[in-house]
Design a protein around this ligand. Structure first.
Ligand code: ADP
Length: 497
């Protein structure tokens, strides 16, 4: 094979990146371009779809030019993307009818309450889509665009408009308008897709008044999404891998088997566990979602997903609002100057507490302060709060799945913090594996593309290439760990009270 690379288009919430990956699954280079965050009103968040597009295409062409690469050198392109963000466009002109409504945008909260407030409707949505009704998902965002952009509903009903999450829009543009498609992981975040039957759900489309003709075709995450055919981009490169960012990261962590799980320590934390062909129903309000599968998968594969709202963001708060550190990374050396927090707990419930507590009205608390409490104790307590929250989430997920997470694969910016990772292993009493390349999201998209075009043979080949993870094993005395966890549970109780 003359081709030497696959490229991941890593389309995130604040920037677009093109990542070059070689046959040994090494990240050779990347180009990153940020784009504008648009806040038209409090609680509203938009992106300009064309700015997303040009940041993404710009990063791709710069990467190719930098390495003097042509279509012959690229076996395939994979896309991973910010999920749920909604774009509606006119295929006759290629023009979006409005800015993209971003996943964080709360403008449709009342609409969701009105349409899904009835418990039986909420149960139907839950059982069909695996999701808890929320403005976060695409369904109400599409409805909002059709009802608020003049003429949009008529045009949509006449079959003149298309909907897509960001992956779909990029594929449509890159294939010169030939392919209007998404993958099951992205489809499963729209709240319009029946994850058990694997199709757009007529009842939900009707509930949100979305014409079926707008919806993209759903193709396997690893397979054919057409070829590049866009001015300025080398023609004929297959697009052959697509997944939403969190599912891409689960795949990039090689969590191919049931029971394997990963946690991403970013601004928030995202825990996903592969549950194989079983779509596990959560008793802890975690969501059930579709996982990305290799081409040879015989069944749809599912995952349980839960998140911590304030993860690495607590260190930004300690840095920017309290001024206790200059950089997030400094938290590690400062926290290491004290053996423990001296009984101090920080519960960063800035926007409420998620799983398994689900207290939307809770607000942050610091407790256990004494005359001897200093800066290092506070910073350490903030850092440890990330691990305690993840620990609560892991326990909830293990209970739902009915199996322990023996090894937790970790990634994301804050996973670089060794003290945090060791403390996490200690209180969880689980092994943590941190890959050398913590850019697992882009790697997942590259893997899906590489498997889709035969660049790599199978998932075993991918597993074999993953070497020398950093491993963190619990070393803390169990009694001590239980005592700390007891203190955390008490601090959470005070936060809720
Ligand atoms: P995102 O993708 O959500 O933007 P990243 O994966 O880039 O996030 O991680 C950034 C987050 O991790 C920030 O909230 C930052 O405060 C935190 N962070 C980064 N490095 C460290 C570190 N060494 N120790 C603790 N937290 C860190």
């Amino acid at each position: 094979m003359s081709e030497r690379f696959v490229i991941a288009l890593d389309q995130g919430t604040t920037s677009s990146r093109a990542v070059l990956v070689d046959h040994d699954a090494q990240m050779v280079d990347f180009v990153q371009r940020p784009f504008t965050q648009i806040y038209p009103q409090p609680g509203w968040v938009e992106h300009n779809p064309q700015e997303i597009l040009f940041s993404q295409l710009g990063s791709l062409t710069e990467l190719l030019a930098r390495h003097n690469l042509s279509e012959k050198d690229i076996a395939g392109i994979g896309i991973d993307n910010q999920r749920e963000t909604t774009i509606v466009w006119d295929p006759s002109t290629g023009q979006p009818i409005a800015n993209a409504i971003v996943w964080q945008c709360r403008r449709t909260a009342d609409l969701v309450q009105r349409l899904c407030g009835n418990p039986s409707v909420a149960r139907t949505i839950r059982s069909k889509t695996g999701l808890l009704p929320d403005a976060y998902f695409s369904a109400s965002k599409i409805a909002w665009l059709l009802d608020n952009i003049p003429g949009a509903r008529e045009r949509a009903e006449a079959g003149e408009l298309l909907f897509g999450t960001v992956d779909t829009y990029l594929i449509w543009v890159l294939t010169g308008g030939l392919v209007h498609a998404t993958d099951p992981t992205n489809a499963s975040r729209t709240m319009l897709y029946n994850i058990h039957e694997g199709m757009w759900d007529d009842e939900l489309l009707e509930l949100f008044n979305v014409p079926k003709s707008m919806m993209p075709e759903v193709r396997p995450s690893s397979g054919s999404f057409g070829e590049t055919s866009y001015p300025g981009v080398p023609a004929g490169i297959p697009i052959c891998g697509v997944a939403g960012d969190q599912q891409a990261s689960l795949f990039g962590q090689c969590c191919f088997a049931p029971g394997q799980a990963k946690n991403t320590y970013g601004t928030g934390c995202f825990l996903l566990m592969n549950t194989g062909e079983e779509a596990v129903d959560s008793a802890n309000q975690l969501v059930t979602t579709i996982a990305a599968s290799a081409p040879n998968a015989r069944h749809t594969e599912y995952a349980l997903e839960g998140s911590v709202f304030v993860g690495g963001a607590v260190m930004q708060w300690v840095r920017d609002e309290l001024g206790l550190i200059h950089t997030a990374a400094e938290s590690e050396s400062l926290a290491a100057t004290v053996p423990n927090t001296g009984g101090v707990y920080v519960v960063p419930a800035f926007t409420g507490l998620g799983a398994p507590w689900w207290e939307a009205d809770a607000r942050g608390t610091i407790c256990g302060i004494t005359r001897g409490t200093n800066r290092a104790h506070l910073v350490r307590a903030a850092l440890e709060s990330i691990a305690y929250q993840v620990s609560d989430l892991v326990r909830a997920m293990e209970a739902d799945a009915g199996r322990p997470i023996d090894v937790l694969n970790v990634d994301g910016g804050a996973s670089a913090n060794n003290l945090l990772m060791q403390f996490q292993a200690d209180i969880l009493d689980r092994k943590l594996h941190r890959p050398q390349n913590i850019e697992t999201t882009a790697l997942g998209a590259a893997y899906l593309a590489g498997l889709g075009c035969g660049f790599w043979k199978d998932t075993e080949e991918l597993v074999a290439m993953r070497a020398n993870d950093d491993v963190f094993t619990a070393t803390m005395d169990r009694e001590q760990a239980e005592e700390l966890l007891y203190g955390w549970a008490k601090a959470v109780k005070r936060t809720i009270a």
